[in-house]
Design a protein around this ligand. Structure first.
Ligand code: AHM
Ligand code: MG
Length: 341
């Protein structure tokens, strides 16, 4: 008897694209390859403990291959899967200083992929949720030479045509948007497919949770401290204090707040004079999640205005991040940007 399998990501994407006569299938191919990369990374993440043990005995695994650090491995998986499909003109990765070219043996396309292959590096070795983040842009010039593509890459996040993440947690979930709702798919290991599990996710307007690395308190300015103090202060009318949750993996913290409501913050701090804008990267971390939260009814800000409107100056630019439930992020803006009413 035929079993009802559920909706795969590609099926879902195709059903959305049927309403767009201009769709060429290029985009579907990009998402398809990304899901394959995600499955490979997920498999490896699930064996992380084992890989670590084997790595310690001489950095060679059971197949006699060199054991790679998982983040380096994930970076290579994404590059290998994405470079051959003929739809990308280049890529930008958190793990690679410069833009990644498409080898001459493959055709080039008009899309740009930016990604963080395995975010949450401090949690990789300790079995805590980690994730992959990606954003997709369309090239604006007619350039094909990698030396002249940087200005095509440095577009504000509002120009993303799609964005998503994969969280490797108690299950592996992929969440994506093309601007037409935010949808989540859970990897079913027994059939090797991501199936629709969270259709049209909407983030609550206001949450009860704040997520921040509070050990940075000593390095924050007065406005930032006042904001965190606000969330911790007791006030029945505004349902405070909020509760605190901080995994230390952006994707995991973001995913929880997306489903349950709340605000994630990585403010600017004075810890390292070379990083006055905090830790997180605009292009590979903040922008993709900002697009997702926007289409789920939330908001992402640098404390002064929308993340998605910032014009990047460089690929690895950092940015203070306040992201999550709209009312909570607007409140953060009032504290940080001084737009108090
Ligand atoms: P990474 O790209 O090196 O993994 O760093 C990004 C991670 C985020 O996932 C997380 O939100 C943040 O760093 C945690 O930083 P901290 O340890 O300073 O709280
Ligand atoms: Mg990262």
């Amino acid at each position: 008897m035929a079993e009802k399998v559920g909706t795969t990501i590609i099926q879902h994407l195709l059903s959305q694209q049927r309403e767009k006569p201009e769709a060429t299938g290029a985009f579907t191919q990009i998402i398809n390859e990304l899901t394959i990369a995600a499955k490979v990374i997920s498999r490896e993440v699930n064996q992380a403990g084992l890989v670590d043990v084997l790595g310690a005995t001489g950095d060679v695994n059971v197949q006699g291959e060199q054991v790679q650090k998982l983040d380096v491995f994930s970076n290579q998986v994404v590059i290998d899967r994405m470079q051959h499909i003929g739809q990308l003109c280049c890529m930008g990765s958190e793990e690679v200083a410069d833009l990644i070219d498409i080898p001459d043996k493959y055709p080039k396309g008009n899309y740009i992929l930016v990604f963080d292959p395995l975010d949450g590096s401090s949690n990789i070795d300790v079995n805590v949720s980690i994730g992959t983040i990606f954003g997709i842009y369309k090239k604006v010039s007619n350039e094909t030479d990698i030396n002249f593509l940087l200005s095509d890459v440095l577009q504000p996040g509002i120009k993303q045509v799609a964005a998503g993440y994969i969280v490797y947690g108690s299950s592996t979930i992929m969440v994506y948007t093309t601007g037409n709702g935010v949808h989540g798919f859970t990897l079913i290991p027994s059939i090797g497919e991501f199936l629709l599990s969270h259709e049209n996710i909407r983030i609550p307007e206001k949450g009860k949770t704040y997520s921040v690395n509070e050990s940075n308190y000593a390095y924050w300015d007065e406005k930032t401290r006042a904001l965190i103090d606000y969330f911790k202060t007791k006030d029945r009318d505004t349902k405070r204090p909020y509760t605190s949750r901080y995994v230390g993996s952006l994707v995991a913290d973001f995913h929880r707040n997306l489903l349950k409501g709340g605000i994630f913050m990585y403010p600017a701090d004075l810890k390292d004079p070379k990083k006055p804008n905090g830790k997180l990267r605009l292009m590979v971390e903040a922008n993709p999640l900002a697009m997702i939260v926007k289409h789920a009814g939330g908001y992402a800000s640098n404390g002064y205005g929308p993340i998605l409107e910032i014009k990047p100056d460089e690929l690895h630019q950092r940015v203070p991040l306040y992201i999550g439930s709209k009312q909570d992020v607007l409140l953060a803006e009032k504290f940080i940007g001084g737009k108090r009413t």
